[in-house]
Write a protein that binds this ligand. Structure first.
Ligand SMILES: [Zn+2]
Ligand SMILES: [Zn+2]
Length: 97
């Protein structure tokens, strides 16, 4: 699946403490050994905000990736199809009552 890495969201932290924790809390998956980006073997260090490419779905999602991939802002990334995309919408996740 192709996604676009968004940025400028580091000040927008949720009650999970970090977006990587947010992914862990809601993905129902354990943290993968490697970055979600295909052919990247680094450890996932951050929860990145992404949007799906070529989709009517313009929601923002969180995926676990490494710092290097996260630095590639507004570029298209090919990610593993096995990685859960967790909604970045707090009212649907950690702020849900
Ligand atoms: Zn959260
Ligand atoms: Zn990476």
């Amino acid at each position: 699946m192709k996604v676009t890495n968004l940025n400028g969201t580091s000040d927008n932290v949720c009650r999970c403490g970090s977006w990587l924790n947010h992914w862990k809390n809601f993905s129902k998956q354990s943290l993968p050994d490697h970055c979600s980006v295909t052919n990247c073997n680094k450890k996932p260090e951050v929860g990145a905000h992404v949007q799906k490419d070529n989709s009517y779905d313009k929601n923002w999602y969180i995926i676990p990736i490494c710092q290097d991939c996260n630095a590639k802002t507004y570029s298209s990334l090919e990610i593993s199809d096995y990685i859960a995309l967790v909604s970045a919408n707090k009212s649907e996740t950690c702020d849900k009552v």
